[in-house]
Design a protein around this ligand. Sequence first.
Ligand SMILES: C[S@@+](CC[C@H](N)C(=O)[O-])C[C@H]1O[C@@H](n2cnc3c(N)ncnc32)[C@H](O)[C@@H]1O
Length: 332
Amino acid sequence: MSNEAEVEAVVTAVKQSTKYGDTSEATIRELAAEAVRQHKKTKPAIKAVRARLHSIMAPYLGDPDYTAEATRLDAAFAAHDDAAIEAICQDCLYAHLSTRERLPILAEFYERIFAITGQPQSILDIACGLNPLALRWMGLEAVSGGRSVRGQSAVSSEQLAVSGGRSVRGQLAVSSEQLAVSGGRSVRGQSAVSSEQLAVSGERVRFYAYDIHEPRIAFVNHYLKLEGLEPLAKVQDVAMDFPQEAADVALFLKEMPRFERNYGGRGRPLLEALRARFLVISYPTISTHGGRNLTNRYREFMHQLIQGHDWPVTELLFAGELVFVIDKRLGD
Ligand SMILES: C[S@@+](CC[C@H](N)C(=O)[O-])C[C@H]1O[C@@H](n2cnc3c(N)ncnc32)[C@H](O)[C@@H]1O
């Protein structure tokens, strides 16, 4: 078999697999070309690509049922039922570990970040996962017709206190208990801006999102359209193809350590190439498996990554997530 035919055979086999078939073809092709250079036979090359994809796609972090959730969203939007829309968004955020861990701090998370960057009108969400479904909790005042949503949260601190360590899903479900301790504030009142607020004419937020998981991106675009926003999510491998769009803020949440491991050394050039005034890079503070505290290690890692750049950095420490807000405007 020629080299090209070999690559094609590997791409076809991986594209047909249940576990990794949803991955961007460009990503699979790049990995296949590399694997074919290293392995003489097709089978070991396929195995090598699957092993790389396990680390890159991290399927163990979880996914919602995209078709079912899209149908639920359609019905909730058709009924103009904000409470139902927000409950579905929360279910989707819960389905993936990165966003599940962020649920209890969601509104505070964006409030503190945007207090530094200012309210963005354009955002790049790089390696987005399900994070765009948090849009209603981002407190985007600049595009919400001036109504502040600060202080509103998906799950309030009072709710967390009463839940006594129960899972976030449990917390979201027991609303009567939560209402009792949250001073009667309804879940509806706490959460979120509505579609109209996100889509005030002429001031719509431009939410670009990038991922290599095809159904995830199709679902994110489906959601953005329902919110009346432009479907700016893209299947794009940001290691091969740095985003070119300009924005106020670029989010690169909880992916840098894996990204550096998977694409050795492309983290720094990616940060340099991004056309955003502020970079928001985050890290989990606790390891997925061992429960080790990673704060010091990732703080050092982040500073090494941008060493030599005169970029002012603000560190924000949340329960479960360490965030660096990097100002590229003032630096080189
Ligand atoms: C750990 S999740 C983080 C999701 C999100 N940033 C968050 O914190 O909620 C990593 C995501 O990055 C995506 N990803 C991994 N490598 C990528 C690449 N080279 N280009 C674009 N997306 C990538 C994965 O498909 C996955 O959805």
